[in-house]
Design a protein around this ligand. Structure first.
Ligand SMILES: Nc1nc2c(ncn2[C@@H]2O[C@H](COP(=O)(O)OP(=O)(O)OP(=O)(O)O)[C@@H](O)[C@H]2O)c(=O)[nH]1
Ligand SMILES: [Mg+2]
Length: 465
């Protein structure tokens, strides 16, 4: 089958037809959406593409049906003694003068119906089930193509979903899908395509491809989002500024503010990348400045993780002292050092450790300290980015309400020790883009840490569906 599946999206005015097209096509700029009735005046189409760019089907947005009662009378008036069937009746109506005058809007819809393989009938299920809808559906059945009713606004408190389902069954429309166009629901979208598949035998293959493509796309989206966040957390955890021992309070303040700003800019980059990934523009996003918790000073050198990482074993008392950030004590290193006289290189050689530790010990011995963001800032950063990704996963491209950066305190990340790869990044200035002078993205250990963290974050975005 080379002809592309064409589906007309029809329904009463203001039921969310254009919104449905935006969400299914992931295109927030398609058409015009508004609370005003009769927003869409012309038939406008959009192709749904697979990830490889191949089009699978065409959706046609249509103006709302405004006067179904009059239209049904007009159609039935044409039948006369000859008893034309539905499609013939519609054709005759379209050739009549009424189709260019009084029922111009409705005629556009019917023309599209005749030219389409199926129709999606969008219902605002907050509306009571009135006669005009029955008439509308009767008119649509005259076109003799399969009609799939889609119940919109199902998440609203005013939803009358059961009444609508009952009424649709009475009209012999048993395949119905609930799909809120602004609160995007992956499972709902899949059910919509599955229903179309059962109605459209001839288009089984392209619809199956579309379903599989959307599933893979969503999996890929989650993974890509988790990877962006892993990169952000690794960069931020490892970001570090060496503060000389002798420094004016004002320049100290400036140095810290500058580093905080770099962290904020790094977070903003991630937000921008996420919005691009999910194909949302900035216009609806309210990004609040990251409230940075006071940074941490040179803590890592003496925390238990750091020492363990470098293979330094401590006794109980020494470990407690070290973790509290006590002064460098020969006992904590298990050796006796003449600290005042030992240079950085000698220290490194002695400890057999990496250059960063050597340099940091050196800094420490010369009164310099390190400044980096606090654990709580990292937690906050993680939490609000998780909540942003969750919101993006649930957001239809027709959504009009602002997307805000909140945080979800319920998750594991809000307390307890930081995740292992993040803790490790604390000790690896070379892993962080915030330290451009030493940053090395090609390091295998960094890649492994990013991968492990990605898997952990991914678990935060599992679907319930
Ligand atoms: N809360 C909520 N609002 C929605 C939903 N779908 C549509 N809307 C809103 O309903 C209004 C009408 O949506 P449109 O998509 O313009 O409806 P339409 O059927 O294309 O309207 P016409 O083109 O005028 O016939 C807009 O304000 C949408 O934001 C939904 O699922 N939930
Ligand atoms: Mg519209």
């Amino acid at each position: 089958m080379s002809r592309k599946l064409t589906i007309a999206v029809v329904g009463h005015t203001n039921t969310g037809k254009t919104s449905l097209l935006r969400t299914l096509s992931r295109d927030e700029h398609f058409g015009e959406v508004s609370d005003e009735a009769a927003t869409t005046r012309q038939v406008e189409g959009i192709q749904l593409l697979l990830s490889d760019g191949k089009p699978v089907l065409v959706l046609l947005d249509t103006p709302g049906l405004e006067d179904p009662e009059g239209l049904l009378d007009a159609l039935d008036g044409l039948s006369g003694p000859e008893r034309f069937d539905g499609p013939e009746r519609v054709r005759r109506f379209l050739a009549s003068p009424d189709a260019d005058t009084r029922y111009e809007q409705e005629a556009k819809v019917l023309r599209q119906m005749l030219a389409s393989d199926a129709a999606i009938y969008v219902i605002d299920c907050r509306e009571p089930v009135l006669g005009k809808y029955r008439e509308e559906l009767t008119i649509l059945t005259y076109c003799a193509i399969p009609v799939l009713p889609v119940l919109n606004f199902v998440a609203s408190e005013a939803s009358r979903e059961p009444e609508w389902r009952e009424q649709l069954a009475r009209l012999n429309l048993h395949a119905v899908v609930a799909f809120d166009t602004v609160v995007f629901d992956e499972g709902g979208e899949r059910r919509l395509y599955e229903k179309l598949r059962t109605m459209l035998d001839a288009f089984d293959a392209p619809l199956a491809r579309l379903i599989e493509d959307r599933r893979r796309q969503s999996e890929w989206l989650r993974r890509a989002a988790a990877e962006y966040l892993a990169e952000l957390l690794i960069d931020t955890a490892g970001g570090m500024r060496v503060i000389p021992g002798e420094i004016e309070p004002e320049s100290l303040r400036q140095k810290i503010l500058a580093h905080q700003q770099e962290v904020r800019v790094r977070e903003q980059e991630t937000v921008d990348a996420l919005l691009r990934l999910f194909r949302f523009s900035h216009s609806h996003y309210q990004h609040e400045d990251l409230p940075l918790v006071n940074g941490a000073w040179g803590m890592d050198l003496f925390n238990a993780d750091a020492l363990k990482h470098y293979g330094i074993r401590l006794g109980g008392g020494a470990a407690a002292g070290a973790a509290a950030g006590a002064t460098l004590d020969a006992a904590t290193l298990g050796v006796t050092l003449g600290l005042g006289t030992l240079g950085g290189t000698a220290l490194g050689a002695l400890l057999g450790t990496s250059i960063p530790l050597r340099r940091r010990l050196w800094n420490r011995l010369h009164g310099a300290s390190e400044w980096r963001v606090a654990d709580d800032t990292l937690r906050l950063l993680a939490l609000r980015q998780f909540s942003l990704v969750r919101a993006l996963l649930r957001r239809g491209h027709a959504a009009q309400t602002p997307l805000a950066s909140g945080s979800d305190p319920a998750v594991r990340w809000s307390r307890g020790p930081l995740s292992q790869p993040v803790r490790e990044a604390r000790l690896k200035p070379q892993w962080s883009r915030l330290n451009p002078e030493v940053f090395d993205p090609s390091r295998g250990d960094r890649q492994i840490a990013v991968q492990r963290l990605t898997e952990e974050i991914l678990a935060e975005f599992v679907t319930s569906d």
